[in-house]
Design a binder for this molecule. Structure first.
Ligand code: 5GP
Ligand code: ZN
Length: 137
């Protein structure tokens, strides 16, 4: 398969590895958005959150928690942004599920969470919640 992160997992292209476990690999992002920016991926290819098994995602998120704590201590980060994108509409570029860990500092100038806030209409929110629950059942 022509997947860049599968090639990193297979050792076919180099990456700076942080954590190598049974189901999960964590490595430094090649174009870091902040100091210490790393990615956590499942070793078994899954394009996105819809495809990955709950067990593999749980393994990824366990590693995300540990790597977040470790990089926070290592670099003295004041916060951590954890980001995971699914599909072109959400700006996912690499179609192999990955979780970004981005160490943050106050006044670091990053703006990943600066979306424009809407105003929630309770009836609309309830209708959406009801529709989602139908698909969870
Ligand atoms: P996203 O798909 O969530 O938009 O972001 C993909 C991320 O993968 C980017 O932050 C980009 O810098 C990183 N990336 C893309 N190709 C490589 C690569 O070959 N090696 C590493 N280490 N990171 C990569
Ligand atoms: Zn892959």
């Amino acid at each position: 398969m022509d997947c860049i992160f599968c090639k990193i997992v297979a050792g076919e292209i180099p990456a700076v590895t942080v954590l190598d476990e049974d189901k999960v690999l964590a490595f430094m992002d090649i174009n870091p958005a902040s100091r210490g920016h790393m990615l956590v991926v499942p070793k078994k290819h899954a394009e996105n959150i819809f495809e990955i098994s709950e067990a593999d995602l749980a393994a990824v998120m366990g590693a995300v928690k540990r790597c977040s704590g470790a990089v926070k201590e290592a670099l003295g980060a004041e916060g951590i942004t954890v980001l995971q994108l699914n599909g072109k509409a959400s700006d996912q570029l690499v179609p192999h599920l990955h979780v970004h860990i981005m160490p943050r500092w106050e006044k670091d100038g990053m703006s990943v969470s600066q979306w424009e806030m809407g105003k929630g209409d309770r009836e609309v929110l309830q209708e959406i919640a009801r529709k989602v629950q139908e698909h969870l059942a």
